[in-house]
Design a protein around this ligand. Structure first.
Ligand code: GLU
Length: 393
């Protein structure tokens, strides 16, 4: 360490593989290189024009000032109307919703609200790359519990019971799951809920992919299960489903006592979410989705299926069509290479960026994650380059 004053908490944490690799792609492209990017979960499509128009209109009306810390009344009402329309959840927009800068920031204020130093949080292994780091930043300790392929990347109740100690405070669950693509059914969620009720644990559900469920599957919200509403913090965002990643906009739905504490954190940490993003969020959440967004999301399913089939045809690679989400979780155990070396080699040799599975946890060491929602041209070029790279082994 060259600078004399850097905290252990930050120094000892690792970079976000998704963001770091996506940034590296941008730097390579800025230097004139052609790179095929399947790293971070960022869709190719621009935000639907009706959402952009709403934000521009707000700017032109002079809505350029800070808003209430928990979000504008209109935005929270739009979030509540979305929960009623799509999730069968009746939420009080005054008390049970707080605007966030997307699910990561929503997770940060949830964990800061729930944890005392040394408290434990059960996470899926593999899980989204930032969970473990954010738990550490909030003073907690992540306890990974494997999602095994033989169980369809789903937890069993006994696994959770075995991981519980007197320090366990919360469980984080992502559905549809990043990176494996599992869509948790009511019964899957009930396996977790039984344990949460028994030990009075909080369950944080990360649901940014809720609208990307394939083949007539249904997304189920943990908060709708019996006696779960008060134990849950539901993280929602527009990043994925509306291709609004750069807007940094979402919300947390939780018991009013938790929302009051999380709002206190927003007051100190960010004052409020961008007024312009909230205006866009009113258009996106406040009405049934328009054709523009439904059309590109329908095409995502075709892309996910196409990528799964093409990756499966490459010798040495194995993967299943994800039940939801837009990532393919590709098994490379037949090739004699670590996932880190695979991802680095693929980028160096073929200018193709993917995320190494080990970034998602110990269980990911024989996998890489491939993001499918790119242009057809990029997908086809990238896949043929992966084939060329694998021919070398
Ligand atoms: N959540 C996305 C992913 O898993 C975007 C990158 C990030 O925010 O970490 O790729």
């Amino acid at each position: 360490m060259s600078h004399p004053v850097i905290s252990d908490r930050v120094f000892n944490s690792v970079e976000s593989s998704t963001v770091q690799i996506a940034d590296k792609v941008k730097t390579l492209r800025e230097s004139g290189k052609t790179v095929f990017d399947f790293s971070a979960g960022r869709a190719f499509e621009d935000t639907p024009s009706y959402v952009c128009d709403a934000a521009v209109a707000a700017l032109n009306r002079g809505e350029t000032h800070q808003t209430m810390a928990r979000g504008t009344t209109e935005y929270r009402q739009a979030c509540a109307s979305k929960l009623a329309r799509e999730n069968n959840i009746i939420a009080d927009p005054e008390k049970e919703i707080v605007a966030t800068m997307g699910c990561k920031q929503g997770l940060t204020i949830a964990l800061l609200t729930l944890l005392n130093p040394g408290d434990e949080v059960i996470v899926e292994d593999p899980c989204f790359v930032s969970y473990r780091q954010i738990i550490h930043y909030a003073g907690g300790r992540p306890v990974p519990v494997p999602l095994l392929p033989k169980n369809g990347f789903r937890w069993r109740r006994e696994q959770l019971e075995a991981a519980i100690t007197n320090k366990t405070k919360a469980i984080i669950l992502c559905t549809p799951h990043n990176p494996t693509g599992t869509v948790h059914t009511y019964d899957d969620l009930e396996e977790v809920a039984v344990v949460a009720r028994k030990y009075s644990l909080s369950v944080i559900t990360d649901e940014p992919y809720e609208r990307t469920v394939w083949k007539d599957r249904q997304h189920t919200n943990m908060a709708t299960l019996p006696d779960m509403k008060n134990l849950c913090v539901t993280l929602m965002s527009l990043t994925k489903s509306f291709s609004m990643g750069g807007w940094r906009i979402g919300f947390n739905y939780a018991h009013e006592d938790l929302v009051n504490q999380m709002t206190k954190l927003q007051q100190h940490l960010i004052t409020c979410v961008s007024s312009i993003s909230q205006a866009g969020g009113v258009a996106a959440f406040g009405q049934p989705e328009r054709d523009e967004v439904l059309t590109f999301r329908r095409e995502w399913e075709d892309k996910v299926q196409f990528c799964t089939d093409a990756l499966n045809k490459i010798d040495g690679l194995k993967c299943d069509m994800p039940e939801g989400g837009f990532y393919v979780w590709v098994d490379i155990s037949e090739i004699d290479i670590s996932s880190e070396d695979f991802a680095n080699g693929l980028l160096d040799d073929q200018n193709v960026a993917v995320i190494p599975g080990e970034a998602f946890g110990e269980q990911g060491k024989d996998y890489f994650r491939f993001t499918c929602v790119k242009s057809w041209d990029e997908i086809k070029n990238g896949l043929s380059r992966i084939e060329k790279f694998i021919d070398k082994f």
